[in-house]
Design a protein around this ligand. Structure first.
Ligand SMILES: C[S@@+](CC[C@H](N)C(=O)[O-])C[C@H]1O[C@@H](n2cnc3c(N)ncnc32)[C@H](O)[C@@H]1O
Length: 221
C-alpha cells in the first residue's frame, strides 16, 4: 500500500558507540516526498541538557573547546566535507567528550527537522562566502534560514556569526533586517572584536589580513 503523505519516517542516527554519523548512513534514508519525524535530542544525547549547534565545524576546534568548558550542555556539529569532519571526530575522541555529536551532512536538512524552541545557541563561524555574484544565492544566511533558526531557538536563544567577508557581512545585515527575528546585543549589528570567543582556524587565517565581523544576536520571535 502507498504510504500516506502524513505518515512520518524516522531518520536513524546511530551514535551508539561513536560520536558521529557519516552521510553514507544518512543519504539512503533521504527520499523525495517523504515527511520526516522531528529529531529527538534526548535520544541523541541521552539527557535533557541544553543543545548548542555549530554549522560548518571545520576541524572541530571551536565545538570541542566549548564542549569541554560546558560539560552540562550538549553540542551538535555539522560539516559537509568528510576529510575535514574526520579531524573534528579525532579531536572529540582524543578529548573523550561525551556531550558532542557530529553529523557529516548538510545542516539545512537537519535544522528543518529540529523541534521548535529546542536550541540554546547556533554558532556559524566563517560561513562559505561564495564570493562570485552568480553564487551569492548559495549563501547560507538568507532570511528564510534566519527565520528557521529563530523558530528552532528557545525564546532567549542566541545566534553567533563570524565572517571576514565584507559583502557577506552586508548581506547578513540586510537579511537580519528583512527577517526581523533577531536583535543585536551590541549597539550596532556587528563588532570587529569579540573577547572570550574562541579563535577558529579561519579567524586565525583572516583576522589580521581582512578583519572580522562578529554578530551576537538574541532571538526576538
Ligand atoms: C570557511 S569554513 C570555516 C570552518 C570553521 N568554522 C572555521 O571557522 O575555521 C566553512 C565550513 O562550513 C562547511 N559548510 C558549509 N555549508 C555547510 C552546511 N550547509 N552544512 C554543514 N557544513 C557546511 C564547509 O564544508 C566548511 O568546512
Amino acid at each position: 500500500m502507498e504510504k500516506s503523505l502524513m505518515e512520518r519516517e524516522k531518520i536513524i542516527l546511530d551514535f551508539s558507540d561513536k560520536c558521529y554519523v557519516f552521510s553514507e548512513e544518512i543519504k539512503p534514508q533521504v527520499k523525495p516526498f517523504v515527511v520526516y519525524e522531528e529529531i529527538n535530542f534526548t535520544e541523541i544525547f541521552n539527557n535533557n541538557n541544553p543543545v548548542n549547534v555549530e554549522i560548518g565545524i571545520g576541524n572541530g576546534e571551536f565545538i570541542t573547546h566549548y564542549a569541554e568548558l560546558n560539560s552540562d550542555e550538549n553540542y551538535l556539529g555539522f560539516e559537509v566535507v568528510k576529510k575535514v569532519i574526520r579531524k573534528a571526530i579525532s579531536r572529540v575522541e582524543r578529548k573523550g567528550l561525551e556531550n558532542v555529536r557530529l553529523i557529516h551532512f548538510d545542516a539545512k536538512f537537519f535544522v528543518n527537522l529540529f523541534p521548535n524552541n529546542s536550541v540554546r545557541r547556533f554558532y556559524i563561524n566563517f560561513p562559505d562566502p561564495w564570493p562570485k555574484k552568480k553564487h551569492h544565492k548559495r549563501r547560507l544566511l538568507k532570511p528564510e534560514f534566519l527565520n528557521l533558526m529563530s523558530e528552532k531557538l528557545v525564546d532567549d536563544g542566541e545566534l553567533f556569526i563570524a565572517t571576514d567577508h565584507v559583502g557577506y557581512k552586508e548581506e547578513i545585515v540586510t537579511n537580519l533586517i528583512t527577517s526581523g527575528k533577531f536583535k543585536s546585543v551590541f549597539d550596532s549589528w556587528y563588532i570587529n572584536e569579540l573577547r572570550d570567543y574562541y579563535p577558529t582556524k579561519y579567524y586565525r587565517k583572516f583576522a589580521s589580513k581582512t578583519g572580522v565581523y562578529f554578530f551576537h544576536l538574541k532571538n526576538e520571535k
